[in-house]
Design a protein. Structure first.
Length: 333
């Protein structure tokens, strides 16, 4: 971490920070008894099997196969063997890295308080949580954007004491104590997680009660994603035709997460009155608005459907709450 801080006048402080972290030996989910894709591909050829034998294929890692020469394969899994089936093992073999430029400014004066912060960052890992199982043959293939990666993030909070006593030319408990405050949050989106529940990889790393996804990913053609920066138009967020089911015996050419979903453009505001009743008691009345301008917010980890087997693959499937206005009171003593 490296920091610089500078005062700008008597009421404002500016700080610049570089933050970099690395994580090693992180807990991840790893298939301890994977299938052998090469062996399954060999056993998928009917010419190599006895007549009537079902060829090896997706989710066939536990079946028994007899070749035309009479050799018997009791499944394709190892090293534990197919009697143990899929065995998701928790191992401390993951890694991560995070780098960020952080800029913050703070202004404090008699009536105005402002705090602004901007972060430009990037975070990579092999597994953001136990829902991200890593590739058991080559864990480096699972390295992708972290599920929580937000490239640009700007937050502004402010509070202003309205000088009503000056506007009305009188100072009493009805003209003092009026405030306006708010929080503005502008950011790019969270990464879209691509999911493929198939087993074309022939690894047999099946989802279970702990991990949400297997290790298979779609194939990506490398063409333009045509990201839709105005999801309100109802069109898909990205071009689904750029993806297809992974080729048999391969884990898929697409990274788990390599592009981000829609961002956030949110404004929360509050108008309040602090009414002093006695020297030790006061009443605060607040009118608060969340998402004041009622922008459609498609920000979130599951906002875009990344499941290639889904009918809504590539589409926006969820949104944050619309505008909410509430009135509250607080008695202070």
């Amino acid at each position: 971490m490296f920091s610089l801080e500078r005062g700008l006048g008597s009421h404002t402080v500016l700080s610049l920070n570089y933050v970099g972290t690395q994580g090693h030996r992180l807990l991840v989910l790893d298939e301890a008894n994977p299938g052998n894709p090469s062996l399954c591909l060999f056993l998928s050829n009917p010419a190599e099997l006895i007549p009537g034998q079902t060829p090896c294929g997706p989710f066939g890692e536990n079946s028994t196969y007899i070749t035309s020469t009479g050799q018997v394969y009791t499944g394709t899994r190892g090293p534990l063997g197919s009697n143990f089936g899929s065995d998701a093992n928790q191992a401390t073999m993951g890694s991560s890295n995070y780098n960020a430029l952080q800029i913050a400014a703070r202004h404090v004066s008699k009536r105005l308080n402002v705090l602004a912060g901007y972060t430009y960052s990037k975070s990579h890992d092999q597994s953001s949580n136990l829902g991200d199982e890593i590739n058991p043959i080559d864990p480096s293939l699972s390295k992708a954007l972290s599920a929580f990666d937000v490239r640009h993030n700007f937050v502004l909070s402010y509070s202003y004491e309205i000088p009503c006593e000056r506007l009305f030319g009188t100072w009493n408990r009805w003209t003092e104590g009026w405030e306006f405050s708010g929080i503005t949050h502008l950011s790019t989106g969270l990464p879209v997680t691509l999911v493929n529940y198939g087993d074309n990889s022939l690894l047999g790393a099946e989802p279970n009660g702990i991990n949400n996804y297997g290790v298979d990913e779609p194939d990506y053609s490398g063409g333009p994603l045509d990201l839709n920066h105005n999801p309100r138009n109802g069109r898909p967020y990205f071009n689904p035709s750029m993806f297809s089911e992974n080729a048999l015996g391969t884990p898929g050419s697409a990274n788990r997460r390599f592009f981000s979903g829609p961002g956030m453009n949110n404004f929360d505001m509050a108008f309040l009155k602090n009414l002093r009743l006695t020297e030790s008691k006061s009443l605060q009345i607040r009118v608060e608005g969340f998402n004041v301008f009622n922008h459609a917010q498609f920000f979130g980890p599951q906002a875009v459907d990344g499941n290639i087997d889904s009918a809504t693959f590539g589409q926006i499937v969820s949104a944050a709450a619309s505008r909410v206005v509430q009135v509250g009171a607080k008695f202070l003593f």
